[in-house]
Design a protein around this ligand. Structure first.
Ligand code: ATR
Length: 286
């Protein structure tokens, strides 16, 4: 009886994920795996919070003894203004996905999306060198901002950016500088000499249109990655794999972005293992 039951005590550390809706979030499953793996006296819970209640809820969680929270859609941008302090990454990206609460109730906003992206690439394509060749980024939304920021920090010499709505790409180019905006219709041409191709759009996700990308101009050694992880192998990744390019799927970005929060709240630096990947994958609804 009760085999495998892992109780928490009255002193348990608490964290969670705030979103609206939040029922689809894989974060409780992911953080729960690590809590169990490390036998931590703690809990990580889903926190469904409507946009109008976000500010009050964030403060209330801090006064309820929570160590912090992950922040997901639609609150990532509003969290920026609510935090008392921001990390350099959160400020540059303009969004917060992790908040830590200190004892005096101050909220510190972090953004680990770019970190997760880069750590996923390092794990999945260890031979990729950021400073050797240009990168082509498809999309100019929130995910693209985080990825551009870390790629520039990592020393990528040239970023080519293309988006269906050119104005959004131009806006990012103005903000970050050193980006070359390419017409969406010409994205296939822009793949020449690139060492990295990243899809940051929602295209290819189950239930959306497929991303049609002609890979003919992309060097065979270029790493192709997609932030979409449902399906795990998008058409873009399947096409790239078929012609011999190394590919990295998007699930790892989700897993790695969770590491800094877990470490800050629960005091242990967790690993992204194959066992974790399989466990989280099993929680993906078809
Ligand atoms: P996120 O914060 O997850 O990046 P977002 O800000 O909504 O989400 O951005 C979604 C990205 O997918 C945008 O680059 C969007 O292009 P637009 O700026 O032109 O909207 C891109 N996207 C979504 N649907 C698309 C489609 N059917 N064709 C091309 N790009 C699409």
């Amino acid at each position: 009886m009760l085999a495998g039951f892992q109780p928490i005590s009255g002193a348990a550390r608490l964290a969670g994920v705030i979103g609206w809706p939040v029922a689809h979030s894989l974060s409780p499953r992911l953080q729960g795996f690590w809590l169990r793996e490390h036998q931590i006296d703690g809990a990580y819970v889903p926190l469904p919070v409507r946009p109008n209640d976000f500010s009050a809820s964030l403060r209330a969680l801090s006064s309820c003894g929570f160590a912090g929270v992950n922040v997901t859609i639609p609150h990532k941008e509003s969290a920026v203004a609510l935090c008392d302090e921001l990390t350099e990454d959160a400020r540059a990206i303009g969004a917060v996905n992790t908040v830590t609460f200190d004892k005096s109730g101050r909220l510190k906003g972090h953004n680990s999306d770019g970190f997760g992206f880069l750590e996923n690439l390092k794990q999945g394509a260890p031979t990729w060198r950021p400073d050797e060749s240009p990168a082509l980024i498809l999309g100019a939304g929130g995910a693209a901002r985080a990825i551009i920021h870390v790629l520039l920090k990592a020393g990528v010499p040239e970023i080519r950016l293309t988006n269906r709505t050119r104005a959004r790409a131009e806006k990012l180019a103005t903000e970050f500088g050193s980006l070359r905006v390419v017409e969406w219709e010409e994205h296939a041409l822009a793949a020449r000499e690139c060492g990295l191709l990243v899809n940051t759009t929602s295209l290819g996700m189950t239930g959306t249109e497929t991303l049609e990308f002609n890979l003919d101009n992309l060097p065979k050694a270029a790493v192709v990655t997609d932030i979409v992880y449902k399906p795990l192998e998008t058409k873009l990744l399947a096409d790239a794999r078929a012609r011999g390019n190394p590919t990295v799927d998007g699930l790892g970005m989700l897993l790695h972005q969770a590491r800094p929060g877990f470490e800050a709240w629960f005091g242990v630096s967790p690993n992204v293992s194959d066992e974790l990947r399989s466990f989280v994958l099993a929680g993906l609804t078809p």
